[in-house]
Design a binder for this molecule. Sequence first.
Ligand code: MG
Length: 260
Amino acid sequence: MNLKNTILTSTLVMGTFSMANAQEKTKPEQTEVYTPVPKVVSAKAVLTTPPSDANVLFDGKDLSKWVMTNDRDKPASWKVANGVFTVNKQGGGNIETKQSFLNYQLHIEWQVPANISGKGQGRGNSGLFLASIGKGDDGYELQILDSYQNDTYTNGQAASIYKQFVPLANPTNKPGEWNSYDIVWTAPTFNEDKSVKTPARVTVLFNGILVQDNTILKGPTQYIGDPAYRKAHGASPIKLQSHGDPSEPLSFRNIWIREL
Ligand code: MG
């Protein structure tokens, strides 16, 4: 076989192999990663006062800037009390912003309740979808989870880009204490034929610690199989997840955004 044929054959074999590989990923476990385990870093939440040009998405009083994801005509049903709001696991699912955003800087504080139960992905699971691009769980999930002494796949722990990128460190505070995310999001752009032009990028500080450093996303979050950009979209709402596990619900406070 000459060199050209060898390369051609190899390419075909590789192509067949990667197609077969893609087809084989029919179970969620196939896209779980367990090493490396990010090092534990002790760091307290960065508590901010919204800057003068911020759009405050939650000021401790009401969820008037949020709606139910599955019925955007309905107001967000999650419960507001004592300056925070809490996931309503009986209340119809995820919530998202009324407004859509493209590129932004976002601050959010979140807390796992002190009495949390469960383990792994079933312990204090929520998520911040950096762009909500459809009903259900469609979008790009920055994971929120109780990752304080709670092992799970590392590309599913707190501050992972779920099932894509492991965080660079684990500064999760213990249940009952607050955590903060400071995020810079650059939305993907698409060509006229709807193929991806520039992929999404994200930088995340978790309790002030760099955990995602200009990470280039492979596409929207995919629970089963490999992620890819399959749908063109523009500005999108920001979504918070009501996860289906039975553990005690998380709370949020002090959410603000600056459009870039
Ligand atoms: Mg989640």
